[in-house]
Design a protein. Sequence first.
Length: 130
Amino acid sequence: MTTLLQPPSWVRPKGYANGIASRGTMIFTSGQFGWDEKENLVSENYGEQAIQALKNIVKILAMANAKPEHIVRLTWYIADKDAYLNQAKLVGVAYRKIIGHFPVMSAFEVNSLMVPGAKVQIEATAVLPD
């Protein structure tokens, strides 16, 4: 079971949740890049990499019989803030199709990522109810 934690007097956040309480089996993914199963980046484009990283997270969750709805936290590491902002609508549309809800999220602009050419890395935490 997952409960959103939103103080009543606060403005509702757009694109994330302020807090979530969950009970069950916790699932953690490593930071996922926008690459295929052979570790080849799918594109040089931030948006396409972000979409692939989200798809990779869903594949990992499936290994534990979890679904996107079980995600309670996403952490985004972004190597190009301008690309993130410029492609927010494209990624947002795909995000809604792939993930379908807004868990707790944090996003950080970083100087670079460990994979050459990578524009984004996304970590997920999910909770599979008991």
